[in-house]
Every structure is written in structure tokens, then in C-alpha cells.
Design a protein around this ligand. Sequence first.
Ligand SMILES: C[S@@+](CC[C@H](N)C(=O)[O-])C[C@H]1O[C@@H](n2cnc3c(N)ncnc32)[C@H](O)[C@@H]1O
Length: 259
Amino acid sequence: MDPNGDSSPIPTETQKRSFAPSTVSAYLDPHYWDERFSDEEHYEWLKDYSHFSHLIQPHLQPNYSVLEIGCGNSQLSEELYKGGITEITCIDLSAIAVEKMQKRLLSKGYKEIKVLEADMLDLPFSNECFDVVIEKGTMDVLFVDSGDPWNPLPETVNKAMATLQGVHRVLKPDGVFISISFGQPHFRRPLFEAPDFTWSFEWSTFGDGFHYFFYLLKKGRRTSNGGGPSQRIEMPSMSLFQDELESEDYIFRTNIDEM
Ligand SMILES: C[S@@+](CC[C@H](N)C(=O)[O-])C[C@H]1O[C@@H](n2cnc3c(N)ncnc32)[C@H](O)[C@@H]1O
């Protein structure tokens, strides 16, 4: 059983590690995700909904249309649905993830949740059609092999900007983008605050020990002052980083300061 009381099979530590690729660049390869999702039934990257629902809920209303990008085999959409949001669209680049998610949601009776195969770099939606766009760990994939995190490779920046431009385009004029990420604010802020965007920028953290980052971007609300918590960012120590992440098969460390 997982912490939410769901009976979906959760991989054991050994099983989780067996999905880890031999090189970080594999996370950028759609075949890696297809192979992984063929065998893996449920895995929550970063944390499950119970850890950050208090941060999301103030920005949701039952009549809102929500887009989740890079759903994988996460239960985030189910949790949102159980919370009263019925107009949910999930996308993923992996056809296997999409097929399995469609089957899982149908078997649980969540027929209204749409699941589509689509690339976040080229979102197949019309302008201004979602109230909220959410991603959890999906944009982090773009940064796994990005070189110096202070000065990412142009290819990485181009992909991240294409994603953000698409998200900004499909959001309604007062829509909100929520990005849940390993990437620290000093690495993400230059992208989120590019001149292309009208959204405001706020962030907070959640998690015990290791802090995950919760970014909130409100379209049409940009001000000259950037947002963020008043307290100093507590950087994770490397031991916390190892403890927390080694069971996640995660190698997104390009976004973590080496201490
Ligand atoms: C780190 S996993 C996160 C999965 C899920 N959001 C979660 O929190 O458990 C990254 C997901 O992004 C998907 N993905 C990678 N590149 C993508 C792209 N260009 N467009 C859409 N999805 C993508 C992968 O197939 C995978 O499901």
C-alpha cells in the first residue's frame, strides 16, 4: 500500500533502481520511458499529492480545466479528480504511458480524464484554453544533461523555452502554471522570468530534509519585483541529497548545487 492507501503495486527499492538508466541522457530518450512504463505500474517522481496538495488547492476550482504535462504513471490526475476537478487533460510523450494511464483511469471509473500522447515542446492545444497547467518532474528531464547548471547548453534552454512558451500560450489570460521541480530558483528564475512571459513568479518548498520546489506562475500578473519566500533558501546537504534521491533512481543532480 502506498501512503494514500492505494493498492497499486509500488516498486520495491530493488525494482525502482532497476529502472535507472546507465547514463542521464537516457531520460531524454522517449524509448527509455516507453521501456520503463512497459514494466512499471506506478511511480511518483518527487513526492505524491499529499505532500503538496496544500500548495495546489488554493489555485483550483471545480469548474477549472487543468492540463498535466508528462503524467507518466503518476496518480496526480486521480487525486485532482477526487478533489473535485473533472476537466483534466494529461499528456505524455510515451505512447505506453498514455495507453496504460487510459486503461488505469477507465478501470477506476475516471472516464472524464483525457489522456493524450503529445510533446510538451509542441502542445497540440488552442490558445488560452486551460485555467491551470501542472508539471511535476517533467521539465526537470530537460535539464539532466544540460552542462553547467549556471549556464545551461543552448539546446537545453531552447527546449525549456519552447515548453514555457507553449504553456504560456495555452493558459487563459489569468491562468496559472504550477511547476514542481528539483531545480532550484536561481537556476529556474532566468527562464521563468524571460521577457516573453506576462506571468508573475513565486516559489515555495515542501518536503522534509530535501526540499522540492513549487513554482507558481500567474499569467498576466507580472510585476517588477520577483517573488519568493522571505527566508533564505536552505540548500540540501549532499548526504540528504543522497539519502532522499538514491531510492528515486534520480540523476537530476545537474540542478543541485554541489556543496
Ligand atoms: C520524471 S517523469 C515524471 C512523471 C510524473 N509527472 C510524476 O510526477 O511521476 C517525466 C515524464 O515526462 C515524460 N516526458 C519526457 N519528455 C516529454 C515531452 N517532451 N513531452 C511530454 N512528456 C514528456 C516522460 O515520458 C515521463 O513520463
